[in-house]
Design a protein around this ligand. Structure first.
Ligand SMILES: [Fe+2]
Length: 212
């Protein structure tokens, strides 16, 4: 009867080939998320209505392309010319119940939608950072290839920097957008209130024109 794997087997099986296999799996997983991140960043770049957010997204899109390349290079190096994964993973965007999602989408203004999406931007960047941090820890434990760990550290730094920017600026941008929206609503209300008076004025003008 074959011997069952014991816990020690996991601890002591530090052969470079198994570390490489785990590294390739981790790198491929990260790459699949970055592949999906590219799509989302391109969409956000088109849809965002805040110039400074657009600028930051554009910059991070470029970084993400470089991250993809870094991951592909390591997969290639460790896998002996192995073809990197082209599929896209699912990004960790919270999914509200369908009815609630429809309610939010159909009732939200352009500015409100920007605020919703900026929260998702932050969630994604933080999740990416968590993923890289966990991956680095695992590869350090496995005493995996140093160049691979370095590549993941570079990606992590960029995710953290963009996440920090979003965390700091999202509330300010949201406040600005919502203030503008409220001002706009107030102006519209005021205009509506004044309209009947203007109509009255027009009538007076018309009357005086006929009198003279
Ligand atoms: Fe990112």
């Amino acid at each position: 009867m074959p011997r069952q794997l014991e816990q020690d087997d996991y601890y002591y099986d530090n052969s470079s080939s198994s570390a490489d296999a785990i590294s390739i799996a981790g790198l491929s997983l990260a790459l699949s998320y970055e592949n999906a991140a590219i799509d989302r960043l391109e969409k956000r770049l088109q849809e965002s209505i805040v110039p400074e957010v657009k600028q930051k997204i554009k910059q991070h899109l470029q970084q993400t392309r470089e991250q993809q390349q870094r991951l592909k290079d390591r997969i290639n190096a460790l896998g002996g010319g192995m073809e990197p994964v082209a599929e896209k993973g699912r990004l960790p965007i919270p999914e509200p119940p369908r009815s609630l999602k429809m309610m939010i989408e159909s009732n939200s203004s352009e500015k409100e939608r920007e605020v919703w999406e900026s929260l998702n931007d932050l969630i994604i960047e933080r999740a990416e950072a968590i993923m890289y941090r966990g991956g680095i820890q695992a590869l350090e434990l496995l005493k995996a290839d140093k160049k691979t760990i370095k590549a993941l550290e570079k990606n992590l730094k960029e995710e953290e920097a963009f996440g920090d920017w979003l965390e700091k600026n999202n509330p300010k941008i949201a406040r600005k957008l919502m203030t503008k929206q409220m001002q706009h609503k107030k102006q519209r209300k005021k205009k509506k209130r004044e309209e009947p008076i203007q109509e009255q004025d027009k009538d007076v003008e018309a009357i005086s024109a006929t009198v003279t």
